[in-house]
Write a protein that binds this ligand. Structure first.
Ligand SMILES: [Zn+2]
Length: 123
């Protein structure tokens, strides 16, 4: 919780008078501690730089959900880029006609869809 508290401080220090910080922290902490610190920290950056008022808890958590999805997507993209078994998630199975299949190693869900015939390119 230490890092979560530090992140909350950055936000509260900007917008709240001293007397309101502790009650706010008590209210937010149970929700924020369920969120990864990397996400909380990015959200605090967002709300201190892009906003000029403190967000409501619901607004904060809403942005956290968006940020979580973004980070998961970036992580996935890095995995695919660094996968030793394929070229950007796809493996060439036939050169004429040119056919590729999703990589089993880094895109297992896409690969399963391909195996069962449910895979649609670009879907
Ligand atoms: Zn791969």
């Amino acid at each position: 919780m230490k890092l979560h508290n530090q992140a909350m401080n950055r936000l509260f220090d900007k917008y709240l008078p001293q007397a309101e910080k502790e009650p706010m922290r008590a209210q937010w902490a149970p929700y924020l501690e369920k969120v990864e610190i990397s996400v909380v920290s990015r959200c605090v950056d967002h709300f201190t730089k892009e906003w000029n008022r403190i967000p409501s808890l619901a607004e904060f958590l809403d942005h956290a959900t968006t940020e979580e999805r973004l980070q998961a997507k970036r992580k996935k993209q890095t995995e695919v880029r660094n996968c030793p078994n394929c070229d950007s998630g796809f493996v060439t199975v036939q050169h004429e006609p040119f056919t590729v299949r999703p990589c089993h190693n880094c895109l297992p869900e896409t690969y399963d869809a391909w195996v069962t015939g449910q895979y649609e390119p670009d879907s």
